[in-house]
Design a binder for this molecule. Structure first.
Ligand SMILES: NC(=O)c1ccc[n+]([C@@H]2O[C@H](COP(=O)([O-])OP(=O)(O)OC[C@H]3O[C@@H](n4cnc5c(N)ncnc54)[C@H](OP(=O)(O)O)[C@@H]3O)[C@@H](O)[C@H]2O)c1
Length: 273
């Protein structure tokens, strides 16, 4: 990644930095020599990340423990970092809900929307204002392969990621004149706590699983070059074929695949009376 630090340093702010894809992104951003503001809820995980990155790469890591589904947390982060010259924002924190939509608690669906859509939107808005004043910066948003079509039984999650894909595509064009690069990374199935805990047996689906470090690298390498990026050949095919066939077909296909792969605790048979 040529001139990465000059372009996006000296500080990066990464949410969901403590595990999974966010942790892999943090490691690779640290390797490029940027200092990091790492945000998540669990302070122990953040401390472990700070120790590891500061020792391995000689950079500085500031941690902020915050629940980003609360809109005031997003404002607080901007205030707490006011004295840092942040040039890169990676609002990656996200959660998923799966199972029949009407079985899931409405409160959980609402909380997921606040974290997956409102937090990245707020942070992008607040930091893009800062980036415009300092003459440039970068924003790497995390959507999902599921953003490219509605996905039954992961309906609200896929809708939340479609929002991020659309927001990022638009901001990529809108913010370019201000020197702000915006890219949307849309991972397919990635080996993290999120997918390990899902009540879906992904071995029953014709998809490949990627490691978080590969996904992180693809995203960071695309920043400043592409508006959107999907890691992996098969995932790219799933995202691309949507443009050539009726919109309803991939929705039905994903619905069938997910329904077949859902484990017993999550089947539509468990509908409320
Ligand atoms: N894994 C996949 O297959 C996959 C595929 C496509 C897209 N994605 C997207 O990639 C992103 C990262 O997911 P992942 O797979 O790496 O999941 P993960 O390992 O579960 O990591 C989620 C991160 O977000 C933080 N987080 C969760 N809730 C939060 C909250 N309310 N406030 C602040 N931080 C919070 C977690 O830390 P705390 O729990 O300590 O807060 C953790 O650092 C998400 O946006 C996800 O939708 C993942």
């Amino acid at each position: 990644m040529k001139n990465f630090k000059q372009k996006y340093g000296p500080w990066a702010l990464i949410t969901g930095a403590s595990t999974g894809i966010g942790r892999a992104i943090s490691e690779q951003v640290a390797q490029q020599g940027l200092n990091i503001v790492a945000v998540a809820r669990n302070q122990n995980n953040l401390d472990a990340l700070k120790n590891q990155l500061e020792n391995a790469y000689g950079i500085e890591v500031k941690t902020i423990s915050a629940d980003l589904s609360l809109s005031e947390s997003n404002h607080d982060i901007v205030q707490q970092t006011a004295d840092l010259d942040i040039g890169l924002l990676i609002p990656n924190a996200g959660i998923e809900n799966n199972g029949p939509f009407i079985n899931n608690a409405l409160e959980d669906e609402h909380k997921m929307l606040l974290l997956n859509t409102v937090s990245p939107m707020m942070l992008s808005h607040l930091f893009a204002q800062r980036f415009a004043k300092r003459g440039g910066g970068g924003i790497l948003l995390t959507a999902s392969l599921f953003a490219y079509q509605g996905v039954p039984f992961v309906s609200n999650y896929s809708a939340s990621k479609a929002y991020i894909l659309s927001l990022g595509e638009a901001l990529n064009v809108e913010l370019k004149p201000q020197g702000i690069d915006v890219t949307v990374l849309s991972p397919g199935l990635t080996d993290t706590a999120m997918t390990q805990n899902m009540a879906v047996d992904f071995n029953k689906m014709p998809i490949t699983k990627h490691q978080p470090n590969i996904v992180a690298l693809v995203g960071l390498q695309a920043l400043g070059k592409k508006a959107t990026v999907v890691p992996g050949f098969i995932n790219k095919f799933y995202a691309w074929e949507n443009r050539l066939i009726p919109r309803s077909w991939p929705v039905k296909l994903f619905g069938l695949l997910i329904k077949r792969a859902m484990t017993a605790e999550n089947t539509p048979a468990k509908l409320p009376a």
